[in-house]
Structures are given as structure tokens and as C-alpha cells.
Design a protein around this ligand. Structure first.
Ligand code: GTP
Ligand code: MG
Length: 389
């Protein structure tokens, strides 16, 4: 067969010539006269919700795109969709999987998801692509890394760009969880990179927080932070295979000792420290059994319900903060003052605190005054009502 020289940007590692393609030069985009842009008719909200409930994957994907959208036109539709579907949400076990870069999170999720899927569970994976909010290259990369899972009919993988702002958590992860649950998924796995604030945020979105770790070149643990261990419900040292086995076991025992001395975040629960290999599948079901034990214990003792309440409150807080930030930034006088003052701050002719004061004051906000003791005595007066400030 004659193989043309061009290949797509990405092909599966073991792909044959069927992925060879002929690249056809595109035509430059045509300017569309203002007011005549063709818009796709907005999707009927009730129909979309019903399709998602019925398990239609493409409807689910469209719904997620809708709630992720920042476009003002989509916001109301996205909110409406969430309202329609919220009554059907909540039925999954939400598990966060975190760990340092390269710990094997994606491979682990692939192995675990394939096992659960094989056992008849419907598994949704929300993986965040931290490396590239713009290009789609690494998103495909992650999908390729979840090959086993991607082949299962009852699995759904949704890579989302992190949006840059939350350090590796998609902006709409909570909303996406609601949609997946309404679509009937009973296990939702959320992958996040264990750097920055993302693990704290994700822990606030899940019922069980699983931390994957690596044994270093010696026996020490790699890329580990005390903070992350305190958040963990279950810990596992991954890559316990081949020559690495003994090293993992030493690291695991060391870690188990450390965990034992830290106060358990959920009272009676002592986070187990396990070893596994996402590559050989060894220990994967043991990790899952630990997750199930944690969740079952939480259901029996009220910890699960308490976590869900915390999740709802954290969600509320995040939405209110986001709304305030957006409303604030959109105020004309704020935009005008920022445009005027930012170059001066950047140029060093105006101190940042003075500029901040001016912007906050002009927007109608008054900074709280602080007493000597540090307690706020003034009242924050948000004046978000009137448009002219
Ligand atoms: N030997 C061995 N290699 C593994 C195992 N799990 C993952 N790997 C390899 O480790 C590398 C990183 O795996 P990923 O699953 O992409 O790791 P990740 O934590 O998702 O990485 P990021 O998302 O980039 O932070 C890949 O080359 C995997 O094949 C394992 O259990 N054993
Ligand atoms: Mg990954």
C-alpha cells in the first residue's frame, strides 16, 4: 500500500497505516457580516436532560460542555440543566485520585476503572489536563493512557482543561460530577495532580481521597508533602513491580509509620497505606476494598453525610466567590480604573496597595476596618446594585 507522508498529530502507539491521512489545505475563514452569524439553535433543555438521564453519552458530553462554558448565553442554560438533573445526582461514590506528577494516576485509574467496569459498575473519569489548557495534544495523550478503560462500554472519560486558575482542577468539576451521576454512573474518579492547591480543592469535592505515591531512587518517598498525607483517606505506593518491589515495600512501611503518628482526619479512621502496581494490576483491588471500607464506615457513622454537606457548602462558597469576582471585574468603573492604573503599577510609579484601594473604593466596596485586636469592626458594604458608580 502506498503510504502518504502526512500523518495526523497523534495516532495510537501501535497504529497501522489506517491512521495515515492526506492533509488537505484549509480555506481561510470568511468574515461573517455582523448580525448574520449563524447560530446553532439552542438545545432544548428538557430534551437534553432527558437524553442525559437515558444514558446518551453524546448528550452528556454536550451537557458538560454547556456547564463548562463561560459564555453568558450558555450560563442560564447550564444552570437550568443542573437544576433539572440535581435531583438525580448524589448516587455515586466520588473518589479523588491525587499524587505527584508521574505517580501513575492515569494508569491506576485505567486499571481500577477497567476492573470496576468489568464487574458491572459504570465508571466516569474526570481527568484534568494540567499541562495544556489550549492544545489538545496531551488530552489525547491521557485518553491514550486509559486504553483499557476507554474500550469499556460502561465507562466515560472526560478530560478537561484546568483553565489555569485552580492549579489543576477543572472549573466545573462539581457540576460535571452532578451530570455524570444523573447519567447513572455509580463511580466517579477525579484525577488531579498533587501540586499546589488542587488537592485541597478536590478533597472538598469527593467522598474518598486517595493519594498515590512513589518510592524514590533510595527508599524514600518521592514528591511527598506532609499536608497531602493529612488529607488522605487511603494511601498507596504505586509501581510495586519488577525491581521496584522491595523499594516500594520499604517506602510503604516508612509511610505507614508516619501516617500512624498523624492525627486521622476522620476520627476513628486510620488511613491504610498500601502498595500496588497499576501496570500489573497487583494490589489494585485491595486499594478499592480500602476505599469501600472507608465509604461504608462513613455511611454507618455519619462521616459520609457530613462530607457531602461539606461538599455542598464548599461548592456554594466557590460559586459565590466566583460570582462576586466576575461581577466586580465587569463593573465599568473597575475596568476603566484598572486599565488606567495597571500600567502605572507595572511601571513603578504607583504602589500596588494604593491602586487597589482606589479600584476597590471606586467600585463601591469599602474595605473593612480592623481594630487593634484584628477583629473586623467596620462593615463590608457591597454596593453591587446600581450600574453607575
Ligand atoms: N512500572 C510501572 N510503571 C507505571 C505504573 N503506573 C504507571 N507507570 C508508568 O509511569 C508513567 C506515568 O504514568 P501516568 O499514569 O501517566 O502518571 P500520572 O500520575 O497520571 O502522570 P501525570 O498525570 O502526568 O501527573 C507512565 O510511563 C506509566 O506507564 C506501575 O504501576 N508500574
Ligand atoms: Mg495523568
Amino acid at each position: 500500500m502506498n503510504v502518504p507522508a502526512s500523518r495526523p498529530d497523534w495516532v495510537p502507539p501501535d497504529a497501522g497505516t489506517e491512521f495515515t491521512t492526506r492533509v488537505v489545505a484549509g480555506t481561510p475563514p470568511r468574515a461573517i457580516p455582523a448580525g448574520r452569524a449563524k447560530r446553532r439553535a439552542p438545545e432544548d433543555g428538557a430534551a437534553l436532560a432527558a437524553a442525559i438521564r437515558a444514558g446518551d453519552r453524546s448528550a452528556l458530553a454536550r451537557g458538560i460542555t454547556l456547564v463548562e462554558s463561560r459564555a453568558a448565553a450558555h450560563r442560564a442554560a447550564g444552570d437550568e440543566l443542573l437544576q433539572r438533573l440535581s435531583p438525580f445526582a448524589g448516587g455515586s461514590v466520588r473518589v479523588g485520585v491525587t499524587g505527584p506528577p508521574g505517580a501513575g494516576k492515569s494508569t491506576f485509574i485505567d486499571a481500577l476503572g477497567a476492573q470496576l467496569g468489568g464487574a458491572g459498575r459504570a465508571v466516569a473519569v474526570l481527568s484534568v489536563d494540567p499541562s495544556s489548557p489550549v492544545t489538545r495534544g496531551s488530552i489525547l495523550g491521557d485518553k491514550a493512557r486509559m486504553e483499557r478503560l476507554a474500550r469499556l462500554p460502561n465507562a466515560f472519560i472526560r478530560p478537561s482543561p484546568s483553565g489555569g486558575e485552580l492549579g489543576g482542577v477543572a472549573r466545573r468539576t462539581r457540576e460535571t460530577i452532578v451530570l455524570c451521576e444523573a447519567a447513572g454512573f455509580d463511580v466517579v474518579l477525579v484525577e488531579t495532580v498533587g501540586v499546589g492547591q488542587s488537592e485541597v480543592l478536590v478533597r472538598g469535592m469527593v467522598d474518598c481521597f486517595l493519594v498515590l505515591l512513589l518510592a524514590g531512587a533510595g527508599d524514600e518517598l518521592q514528591g511527598i508533602k506532609k499536608g497531602i498525607i493529612e488529607l488522605a483517606d487511603v494511601l498507596a505506593v504505586n509501581k510495586a513491580d519488577g525491581d521496584n518491589r522491595a523499594r516500594v515495600e520499604t517506602a510503604r512501611r516508612e509511610l505507614a509509620r508516619a501516617v500512624h503518628y498523624l492525627a486521622a482526619p476522620d476520627g476513628a479512621w486510620q488511613p491504610p497505606v498500601l502498595a500496588c502496581s497499576a501496570r500489573t494490576n497487583e494490589g489494585i483491588d485491595e486499594v478499592w476494598r480500602a476505599v469501600e471500607r472507608f465509604v461504608a464506615g462513613g455511611r454507618a457513622h455519619g462521616g459520609f453525610a457530613a462530607r457531602r454537606r461539606e461538599q455542598s457548602l464548599a461548592w456554594l462558597g466557590a460559586l459565590v466567590e466566583e460570582g462576586l469576582r466576575e461581577a466586580f471585574a465587569a463593573r465599568p468603573e473597575v475596568m476603566r480604573l484598572r486599565a488606567e492604573l495597571e500600567p502605572r503599577v507595572a511601571g513603578g510609579t504607583l504602589p500596588a496597595p494604593a491602586a487597589a484601594q482606589a479600584i476597590l473604593a471606586a467600585s463601591g466596596w469599602r474595605a473593612p476596618e480592623f481594630s487593634a485586636k484584628g477583629a473586623a469592626v467596620g462593615k463590608i458594604r457591597p454596593v453591587m446594585g446600581g450600574d453607575s458608580g
